[in-house]
Write a protein that binds this ligand. Structure first.
Ligand code: CA2
Length: 146
């Protein structure tokens, strides 16, 4: 049997991680986050697909791709978290675990960040734990799958 796969999907502006706003998002770059995820997936015995896009439709295509191959999703959809019913609808179809992740504590920031459409359909969320939160989210996927 082939290994189970987790798609780690990153939304708009997360390609800029580590280059601005370290007080909010820390100093890790997206490449650092990818390396953390690779280690966590390896430890959990999962295959990793790691991607970032600034485009809502591309993110939806990748959610549908994960669904088609039976993969789990760890998703930081960036600001689309707070606006995108389309991403929520795509995630609602996914049968494998879906874990939301945010580097910052969205509930302790501006009110417009408090609403998460992703939370309405995700199995769990890791919020405000910095880049290490991705590691925890991958561990959570493995637990939900066990
Ligand atoms: O805390 C998170 O992980 C967020 O998903 C990050 C999003 C934000 O819109 C969400 O409300 C919370 C934004 C990511 C932008 O990242 C940057 C990092 C460095 C410099 C500029 C943007």
């Amino acid at each position: 049997m082939s290994a189970r796969t987790v798609y780690v999907l990153n939304g708009p502006n997360l390609n800029l991680l580590g280059r601005r706003d370290p007080s909010v998002y820390g100093t890790a770059t997206l490449a650092d986050v990818q390396a953390l995820c690779a280690d966590a997936a390896d430890a959990a015995g999962l295959e990793l697909v790691f991607r970032q896009s600034n485009h809502e439709g591309v993110l939806i295509d990748w959610v549908q791709e994960a669904f088609e191959v039976g993969a789990a999703i760890v998703g930081n959809f960036g600001a689309y978290t707070h606006t995108s019913i389309a991403i929520m609808d795509a995630l609602a179809v996914v049968e494998a675990p879906v874990v939301e992740v945010h580097i910052s504590d969205i509930h302790a920031r501006e009110e417009f960040r408090h609403q998460s459409y992703v939370s309405l359909v995700a199995d769990d969320a890791v919020i405000g734990r910095g880049a290490e939160g991705y590691t925890e989210a991958i561990r959570r996927v493995a637990e939900l799958w066990s």
